[in-house]
Write a protein that binds this ligand. Structure first.
Ligand code: FAD
Length: 371
């Protein structure tokens, strides 16, 4: 029955897992939620990249390859729901490492590993489903340039990058550190959309959010890489490589081509950024990065067939170095109904981002429900 009370409106900036979990939870609590995402699709660092070569469609999880969950007590309900809906599945297979000095593969059979979950059919599946839920409107390709608190109206106003007014909202969730960090200026030349000068305790916390960068290199081969006995492996004793995995070994993926993703070490990524800066890398620079990572494999004795597709991607802030709010799990200003959430509040992984998004939703729900 219509109570006659207008629905409270909440804006969520960012459709990564923190923003998407938060938006879905708010919508399930009865709020009218709008997600604004500057990218063309959902997922953030859990995105899936669509490429093509030789007439084949090539899909890559070029950000997080999988996730694990330690705090099962808090997140088991969500995991069970996502598993039941077919949005996630366990990635089974052999995982190990490769020592670039001894040139030996090392098995991890003795360890009891955490379950490795992947989105199905791509890492972005969870965010995609949450952005499509009832009560959530998702606006992709809409970057936010300015977020203003209007004291007299007790609400937030949003302005897009093209200068367009995007409406007023009772509550606000900012789910990316670049919305508040000066680092965004080094990357895009723009000032951060959210000026926290009104709130010194939050401003101090987010002044410096140190991050580690990473390059991902996507590769496709016309034959299986039978010389590698694992579906995912860490590199030991390499200054350049950190990780490699086989995309088509994950559940629900196309097996029509052999697709691998390499991750650089943070030291290598930092050295490239130190030389060439934080602005968008040129295609030439990305080609050089791909060459460097492939050469490192060859120098370590891992001779691979020639890939028919090679492309590098830079993640300038792949991993926050530390959680800004390990106890509170999100940053919160109750007077302005503002929650700032994301992995950078808790821990540099999907689990940390989910936890932060859930807590942000509960803060907004508790305050707006009382009004
Ligand atoms: C290469 C790589 C490997 C990784 N490996 C793992 C792993 O093995 N396991 C694991 O658990 N985690 C891993 N991670 C980390 C994991 O991906 C992140 O912790 C998690 O996805 C962060 O989610 P988030 O929602 O906090 O942020 P994000 O996913 O970064 O989402 C923030 C969103 O906000 C949007 N946004 C920013 N500014 C604006 C604006 N002005 N207007 C509109 N939208 C905006 C962005 O486009 C983005 O979509 C990895 C990450 C990378 C990059």
């Amino acid at each position: 029955m219509d109570s006659g009370v207008p629905m409270r409106k909440v804006a969520v900036i960012g459709s990564g897992i923190a923003g998407a979990v938060c938006a879905s939870s708010l919508a399930r609590s009865g709020f009218s939620v709008t997600i604004f995402e500057s990218a063309r699709g959902p997922g953030g660092r859990m995105s899936q990249r669509r490429e093509s070569a030789d007439g084949k469609e090539l899909l890559f999880d070029h950000g997080a390859p999988f996730f694990t969950v330690r705090e099962t007590a808090t997140l088991s309900g969500l995991l069970q729901e996502w598993e039941r809906k077919g949005l996630i599945a366990e990635w089974k297979g052999k995982f190990g490492s490769f020592d670039c000095h001894t040139r030996q593969f090392l098995c991890r059979d003795q360890e009891v590993p955490d379950k490795k979950y992947v989105g199905v059919p791509g890492m972005n599946s969870i965010c995609k489903a949450l952005c499509d839920e009832a009560g959530v409107e998702s606006r992709f390709g809409v970057g936010i340039a300015q977020m203003d608190w209007l004291e007299k109206d007790d609400s937030w106003s949003l302005i897009g990058i093209d200068g367009q007014g995007l409406g007023n909202f009772d509550g606000m969730v900012a789910s990316d550190k670049n919305l508040v960090s000066s680092r965004v200026t080094a990357v895009t030349g723009r000032t951060p959309p959210l000026d926290l000068n009104f709130c010194s305790h939050l401003a101090n916390k987010v002044k410096e959010i140190p991050v580690n960068p990473c390059f991902a290199v996507m590769l496709a081969f016309s034959e299986p890489l039978s010389s590698i006995p694992f579906v995912g492996l860490n590199f030991v004793n390499s200054k350049v490589l950190n990780w490699a995995h086989c995309e088509n070994s994950k559940p629900g993926r196309s097996t029509s081509s052999e697709r691998w993703v390499l991750h650089s070490s943070k030291e290598y990524a930092e050295s490239i950024i130190d030389q060439f800066g934080l602005r968008k890398p040129s295609p030439e620079l990305l080609a050089r990065v791909a060459e460097d990572l492939l050469r490192e494999l060859a120098d370590a004795g891992l001779d691979l067939p020639k890939p028919f597709f090679v492309k590098a991607h830079r993640w300038g802030s792949a991993f926050p170095v530390a959680g800004m709010a390990p106890e509170e799990k999100c940053l919160w200003d109750s007077n302005r109904k503002l929650a700032i959430c994301g992995d950078f509040c808790v821990s540099p992984n999907v689990e940390g981002a989910i936890t932060s998004g859930m807590v942000a939703a509960s803060k907004i729900t508790s305050i707006l429900s009382r009004m």
